[in-house]
Design a binder for this molecule. Structure first.
Ligand SMILES: Nc1ncnc2c1ncn2[C@@H]1O[C@H](COP(=O)(O)OP(=O)(O)OP(=O)(O)O)[C@@H](O)[C@H]1O
Ligand SMILES: O=P(O)(O)OC[C@H]1O[C@H](OP(=O)(O)OP(=O)(O)O)[C@H](O)[C@@H]1O
Ligand SMILES: [Mg+2]
Length: 282
């Protein structure tokens, strides 16, 4: 039975459960459940605090976990990222009151408040900056107003929390994060159950980012059309009853679908249709 750690709370938990559900796994029915078995898929899910997931996975007691890249790195645990999942995207940045500093190089002698001490201490040290770090559990933006620190380092998504606190980011992002699948560093990556789990999640990612496109075009325009819709391994081309015409079918990135339809129309393709992909195994 594959043992998988899933976030039980916070920004990661809803989208992680949704992705697992789309991948065909049973998920818990209510938020107090801390562990469920999905016997038909031979998987056991453990609902844990996102911050603790890398620690459980590095211990080897759980095979795989879903957490944030920033949380993985901050933990310093002996675990590695094996698949980015494209949700819970954020940047991790320093912020101050305007006029305090312009970048990490100006932070000598200052105090930085953060919930991610591991990332911040390393970043300061890598930049040769001598600053103190104070750990806070959350709502870090308020630390400056209340005099606990001159600088904060925190997750920034829309920037609304910073704006509301009258703060502005300084310097380059310390890191970019998103939800990731992790395993113990050096664990056997060929394990068939692990591979099957990853293939299912990759299938969800593809189904979310691609659509299927079908169209008819004149045979003499086929090469141009194939250049516009190369598909993954090459499009499927079938003869039409109408001589001189072919039907083409290829997967295309969903975000480009309208532009691709315009381009196909411009070379004479007609009856251009897109349909959603519900599930996929590449
Ligand atoms: N707007 C956001 N706020 C917080 N974390 C975010 C946001 N967007 C993405 N994330 C990611 O979610 C993870 C943090 O999850 P975690 O559950 O620890 O904090 P949280 O979502 O702020 O919940 P909590 O209310 O418990 O603090 C990190 O990987 C972080 O990068
Ligand atoms: O850039 P934004 O879109 O505003 O998002 C970032 C904010 O969201 C998170 O806070 P959360 O609401 O989870 O509270 P917390 O600080 O207590 O973790 C994070 O810690 C930032 O404060
Ligand atoms: Mg938070």
């Amino acid at each position: 039975m594959l043992r998988i750690a899933v976030p039980n709370k916070g920004s990661l938990s809803g989208p992680a459960a949704e992705m697992l559900h789309e991948a065909g796994y049973q998920q818990r029915r209510e938020s107090k459940e801390l562990r469920i078995v999905d016997p038909s898929n031979e998987v056991e899910f453990f609902y844990l605090r996102p911050r603790d997931i890398a620690i459980y996975v590095s211990s080897g007691r759980l095979d795989i976990g879903i957490t944030g890249r920033d949380l993985l790195i901050d933990s310093g645990a002996n675990a590695e990222e094996i698949l980015p999942l494209g949700f819970a995207r954020s940047t991790f940045r320093y912020a101050t009151k305007p006029g305090t500093a312009n970048g990490v190089e100006d932070l000598n002698g200052m105090t930085v408040a953060t919930s991610y001490e591991g990332i911040v201490a390393k970043h300061l040290a890598d930049n040769g900056v001598d600053a103190s770090v104070v750990h806070l559990d959350g709502a870090v933006e308020t630390a400056i107003e209340l005099g606990v620190a001159e600088v904060i380092a925190d997750v920034v998504e829309t920037g609304t929390s910073l704006r509301n606190a009258g703060l502005e980011v300084i310097g380059e992002p310390i890191m970019k994060s998103e939800a990731v699948v992790i395993r113990r560093t050096g664990a056997n990556g060929e394990e068939p159950k692990v591979q099957q789990f990853l293939r299912r999640l990759q299938g969800v990612l593809v189904a979310r980012t691609y659509v299927m496109m079908d169209y008819d075009c004149r045979a003499e325009h086929l090469e141009e059309a194939v250049a516009i819709t190369p598909g993954l391994e090459g499009p499927t081309v079938s003869p039409l009853h109408n001589e001189g015409w072919v039907a083409v079918r290829a997967m295309v990135p969903a975000k480009d679908a309208q532009r691709i339809m315009d381009d196909l129309y411009a070379i004479g393709a007609r009856a251009i249709l897109t349909t959603a992909i519900h599930a996929c195994r590449l």
